[in-house]
Design a protein around this ligand. Structure first.
Ligand code: MP5
Length: 215
């Protein structure tokens, strides 16, 4: 079994809950409330803004062979930010004065702390966890879609053939890195992957239920 497959087997219980999440089922059944989807859109827009420095730090620490893929990812993130901005203005969703929720804040801090202070391999496995979670979640929505979704551009973005190829590139690179890693480092990478899956679940929960700071 390749390393990325081992990660997915260990995280299966998290993925099982994620792929039954009400946010995804309601989106697939085209009955998600606009305000709930808008909540996700606003927070994910902030999340993707936070992902730019995360990839930037990873890039600065990456082995030569992995750099070209991460450079492409940075360009893709800027296209993605334009997508958020376009849909938000088409749907009258404000992007002014939107506060980051605790979950979004914690997740971004976890990403930046891992990229800066853990090994490159642990940062890279975090990237895999976040991307794979989105690929699986939005592909599930696409496969189970009933009707025409007003949010189709987001479904298309993370379930596309281009995105699948990007995931495959991460998996091949990750398997190569894991082959050269010590057993201890591989265990640490598994833990980062597990935590990333948990954060992904928290993110869907936050979007579906709403969340605010105590004061
Ligand atoms: C992604 C995302 C995918 N946009 N938001 C969360 C909470 N997890 C994963 O990352 P990207 O960089 O938008 O493809």
């Amino acid at each position: 079994m390749n390393f990325h497959e081992e990660l997915l087997v260990c995280a299966r219980p998290i993925w099982d809950v994620m792929l039954r999440h009400p946010f995804l089922t309601e989106t697939a059944e085209c009955r998600i409330e606009d305000s709930v989807f808008a909540n996700w859109l606003q927070q994910d827009h902030l999340f993707v803004q936070g992902a730019v420095p995360f990839i930037g730090v990873l890039l600065s620490r990456a082995p030569l062979a992995v750099r070209p893929g991460l450079v492409l990812a940075l360009t893709a993130l800027h296209e993605e930010l334009e997508l958020f901005e376009r849909i938000a203005s088409e749907r009258n969703i404000t992007r002014q004065d939107v506060k980051m929720t605790p979950t979004c804040h914690h997740y971004i801090q976890f990403m930046l702390a891992t990229a800066y202070s853990a090994s490159f391999e642990e940062g890279f496995v975090l990237l895999y966890g976040a991307e794979r979670a989105y690929f699986d979640s939005w592909s599930w929505v696409r496969q189970n879609l009933k009707g025409t979704s007003p949010w189709q551009p987001f479904i298309d973005r993370w379930s596309s053939e281009d995105f699948r190829q990007w995931i495959e590139w991460i998996e091949t690179s990750l398997d190569g890195l894991a082959e050269k890693s010590s057993p201890l480092l591989r265990e640490n990478m598994k833990e980062v992957f597990r935590l990333t899956g948990e954060y992904e679940l928290l993110f869907w929960d936050m979007a579906a239920k709403g969340e605010s700071w105590p004061v």
